[in-house]
Design a protein around this ligand. Sequence first.
Ligand code: AMP
Length: 283
Amino acid sequence: MQTVTTIAEVRAFAEEARAGGGAVGFVPTMGYLHEGHASLMAAARAECDRVVASVFVNPLQFGAGEDLGAYPRDIERDTALAAAAGVDLLFVPGAAEMYPGAVVTSVRVAEITDRFEGATRPGHFAGVATVVAKLFAIVGPCSAYFGEKDWQQVCVVRRMAADLSLPVRVVACPTSREPDGLARSSRNVYLTDDERSAAPVLRRALQAGADLVAAGVRDAARVEARVAEAVATEPLVVLDYVAAVSADTLAPLDPLVGEIRLLVAARVGRPRLLDNIGLTVPA
Ligand code: AMP
């Protein structure tokens, strides 16, 4: 595996791969890699001839007072993990390479970003969409792999790629979990032992909501109340939102029918943790 820091080197690598008829896979990350990231890299490795991954803690997607400065970093460990996961080219740009001057151009995806993470973190998705658009422009035609853990992000990136006719196939990969069900996240390192023990309630609560739907309940409010009630059994887990919505548009659904996503976010000590589960209810 080769590590590069400039846009020109990534372009040259991807263009050479495509010129030889190879398919390029791309996995954008903010680093502090774990098995969740490795599962995206493995999916790219399985489907593509050349795999590019990036590690860039994107300042644009952090709000004032968020954890930009404290975001965990370990580029040596990331390099070893990416190499072991089959990445061919690791792009680790500095902020000056990505944003050499003031950023006056940004990509805003409307509507899907109005609620949930977009409402809690103003400007977050404009930061995500802008850096992902930029990375797609750098890598060029490719399949890009994202984690379902950040479901709203998947919806935003898919919509952006479709609306802007970007030559990128967006692939969503299942959430990788710890053995007790907690979704893997770089921010899990912030949890104290007690918080770490409490955090898997998010997954159990989503499952309780999914069970209610499986039992025939079609009222979103009842399902959301069931999830909230389950989360409330752990006082260290403070619910931010729970929502049963359309999987594609994240719009409210009444009754619950078709492709549904149950989303949850909660503060557990310092970090906010996200999780979600997909359900299909035939009409
Ligand atoms: P991040 O480094 O947190 O920005 O994440 C980079 C990519 O990895 C995003 O597409 C995330 O959704 C994905 N990801 C993070 N955690 C997981 C996980 N537990 N399972 C699958 N994908 C994940």
